[in-house]
Design a binder for this molecule. Sequence first.
Ligand code: SF4
Length: 329
Amino acid sequence: MRNILEVQDVKKYFPIGTNVFSFLYPGKKEYKKALDGVSLYIQEGRVSVLVGESGSGKTTLARVILRAIDPDSGSIIFNGDNITKKTGKELRNFRKQAQMIHQDPYSSINPLMKVFDIIKEPIDIFYKEYSDEERTKKILAVLDDVSLKPSTVFAEKYPHMLSGGERQRVAIARSLSIEPKIIIADEPVSMLDVSIRGQILQIVKQLSVNHKITVIYITHDLTTSRLIGDEISVMYAGKIVESGSIDSVFSNPLHPYTQALLDAVSEPNFQNVDKEKVVRIKNFDSAPAETGCKFFSRCPYSMDKCKIEPRLENKGQNHTVSCYLYDKE
Ligand code: SF4
């Protein structure tokens, strides 16, 4: 299976503690390393989960991939094309193919517009050649795709007439209307009632299968990632620390951070996770280490050589981890 997206050694640092006086008294600047050399390979037509705690860099990575912000260094390759520095028409063409679903559907849909017009808006921008009849047909078809039926009834509603789950379906339908190749779903169910989270994720999964859309599902919640994902990458402090197939990572978590995340899942016998392989981290609130392994201060297995940064290495069947515990010597 080919990669539709390659993120190659991407870095994005944000200056911290800057204010008006920083310009008057310039000194040594400090930075938050939101992305510190991230490489990620996303296979076409699959659902890849990006998991990590708040502040690990997941959303920054999504924004860099979508070219909402520029990386400081590194490359984004989409469909074999380096899009890192694209502008104008080329960037617009990429944006048609890569869509985002946000955590809060209210942030992406206009509460004053009918569902019909909300979905029509991107079609008007990207498919100017469509006739009115083609537009209507497309809008009703995507409403059907997200199970808002009868679609003719839902098309006439306003967002305030819908439940949270229905609003998120409208946001998904809107993204779907311009036939993207990849959708990045950033915590799309975290603001929804627990009882409907599974339904929304099943819709996203079905879209991936039926329309051959690649999905990157961003979450801090391992419970939902198992419902939808084919592959998973675990982020910690701006780095990918482990990645592989969902089955491989859940049945054999290698990085102590992944093991700790699994330990935090409260459900007993959660989806066949081997609870023997979980670990309790120490110094829960300590900041990531500045040098060496970033997990050093929280890791119960830390040793001297962890003061030098470990590399992400393949430990078999495309299951990669950055940790010295698995060195042969
Ligand atoms: Fe722990 Fe060392 Fe592995 Fe980092 S490299 S996770 S500190 S054992």
